[in-house]
Ligand binder design. Sequence first.
Ligand code: FNR
Length: 367
Amino acid sequence: EMPLLSQCFNLLDFEAVARRVMKKTAWAYYSSAADDEITVRENHAAFHRIWFRPRVLVNVEQVDFSTTMLGTKVDIPFYVTATALGKLGHAEGEVVLTRAAKKHNVIQMIPTLASCAFDEIMDAAEADQVQWLQLYVNKDREITKRIVQHAERRGCKGLFITVDAPQLGRREKDMRSKFDEDEGSDVQRGSTTDGSQGAARAISTFIDPALSWDDVPWFQGITKMPIVLKGVQRVEDVLKAIEYGVQGVVLSNHGGRQLEFARSAIEVLAETMPVLRARGLQDKIEVYIDGGIRRGTDILKALCLGAKGVGIGRPFLYAMSTYGLDGVDRAMQLLKDEMEMNMRLIGCTKIEELDESLVDVRSLFNH
Ligand code: FNR
């Protein structure tokens, strides 16, 4: 009853298989989003309101879509974003994503709440493989300091501080499905956990809701890793991030799992970059987006609008949960194939050629 892997022709196909075959608690935790799940749907739908304005008669025989992110050269402008509890979907957990990331020369962001121990994920990587750390900031800053400095010593090349989760969003699908703490295994735990409130609530009680802009210099003082704020949702905060001297932001609504009626990251990006350009600030910070990216064309649209790269979450979880490493490998290859073809079809041979003239965003805002 499982389709062959070769029958998955795009990232959405993995989701359809996962919905049918995954364990109920795992599917509920991975797929759930806040409240009525309006934002999570908008995340992908927003891409459908952007159209291309391709160039023709460009020699596109040779196409190269490699680029850099925080100084690291990658084969294609996406990274595996941080998603907690990898062992809910696959017995080996996050290291499956590590191996696929290596094969495709893309970066993996390691979640604070990984099922595998942090060192196990670092050890699973090859010597030259780049990984980033996603940080949930603990109320006990000594714990946070230890995590950050350990990650830096182990060779992590970027610190992504999650700023959109002072309290976990209400994910009712997840709450309805009772979570047994043992399923998550090695995750960092706070004081008490309560599995009856779903997987998300059970693991997140240590997160500090008092985290503020005033803490940013403290982070800059404890690490030399580039700092990126993950979960920024308005241009005013991007300007503030530049003032505070951080290296990047991820425009993101946490896959629709936090604030319901947060806008899609692609829309926030389209609002942000013209403001940065008008002030000559576009090179002062690297802007990433995540949420709803499922197609090569989605990646292209984000890059045309000024993103340095994009994060992808659920599709790799679904591919891992259904077909393991082979699934994630195929999902990444499908994105590369889609990227290559669509670069040709819009008349571009390199990432530097992607610009806003190649997209029509009139209906992005007016719908
Ligand atoms: C997440 N996300 C997330 N983000 C974060 O900063 N720390 C975390 O622990 C998690 N955990 C997590 C678990 C699961 C199951 C999902 C689906 C998401 C958010 C994630 O990094 C990213 O913002 C979104 O997943 C991007 O949207 P897509 O690609 O899943 O649509």
